[in-house]
Design a protein around this ligand. Sequence first.
Ligand code: FES
Length: 102
Amino acid sequence: MAKWIKITECENIPSMGSRVVQYGDIEIAIFKTRDDSIFAINNECPHKQGKLSEGLVHESVVTCPMHNWDIDLASGEVLGNDSGCTNVYESKIEAGIFYINI
Ligand code: FES
């Protein structure tokens, strides 16, 4: 069953940057890309738990600040020669407000 939670106004998320949301024990990184797409993904790299929110955003990818693995923001999949996956969250925008489905 869907449980949508309000995160913030989309304008509060910096372009090419992130915000971090705590939901219980889960830390979620919210990213906005150059084309204003917004993604919600666990704030934990599948390699050694680097904080993805501190990574570099390019296209729809974040590069982990720890060892430079590239993570696809839409799927949570590690790109390139490395492998792994982190959780992503379904999201929607209504009236300029960003929501995620927990
Ligand atoms: S912890 Fe992210 S690449 Fe190593």
